[in-house]
Design a protein. Structure first.
Length: 209
């Protein structure tokens, strides 16, 4: 049966590219902010581009933070992408401004300590043991990143202590490239822009629905 996926429409700029990628991966995809559709679908995708504070404001405007929490309470799958991943954490700090996040995971998203930002390009990912997202994907495979902020490894102890499966990469310093825990999965990179590797990852997620 074809899984039904909602891409949550809260004003994020990469909605259509995520919709197309999930459709090619085999899902029946709708882009909407409708709460009932977002709660009842097989899988909810939460993309994100731009600033942490702006994405949180957009999410709250459509009740997206509550929808994510409700789906997790009901053990319904959620996949978040890029800034969509970042807002799952407790907070984000951009330009010395602290913004509260969704709080699904502990940790604060901060600017990477790197010589060149934004981090824009293809990086390998050290997949977590028993990762579902990276199942069958060869080590050394590259995924496409565009960002300046992330959950830095130096700030990830509380997340790791929860038992979450964390996959890592490096740009200036190590940071979380993907996180999986229960029904909640997220990638800092853009699977929808990562060619065959991203398509394989999306198919892995769809297979869990």
């Amino acid at each position: 049966m074809t899984p039904k996926v909602v891409v949550l429409d809260y004003g994020s700029g990469n909605l259509r590219s995520v919709q197309r990628a999930l459709t090619r991966a085999g899902a029946d995809v709708t882009v909407t902010a409708d709460a009932d559709a977002a709660l009842e679908c097989d899988g909810l995708a939460v993309p994100g581009v731009g600033a942490f504070a702006a994405c949180m404001a957009g999410l709250r405007a459509v009740g997206g933070d509550k929808l994510i929490a409700q789906r997790l309470e009901r053990s319904r799958p959620v996949l978040a992408i890029c800034v969509g991943m970042q807002v799952l954490f407790s907070a984000g700090v951009e330009h010395e401004i602290w913004t509260e996040g969704c709080g699904a995971w502990p940790g604060t998203v901060e600017r990477l300590d790197a010589g060149v930002l934004p981090h824009m390009g293809w990086n390998t990912v050290a997949a977590a043991p028993d990762s579902v997202l990276f199942a069958g994907i060869e080590p050394g495979t590259r995924f496409y990143f565009v960002h300046s902020y992330a959950l830095r490894e130096a700030d990830a102890a509380d997340l790791v202590a929860t038992g979450a499966r964390v996959s890592w990469t490096e740009h200036g310093e190590r940071f979380a490239a993907a996180v999986e825990q229960g029904m909640l999965s997220a990638t800092q990179f853009h699977p929808e822009k990562s060619g065959a590797a991203g398509a394989a990852l999306l198919r892995n997620w769809l297979a869990t629905l």
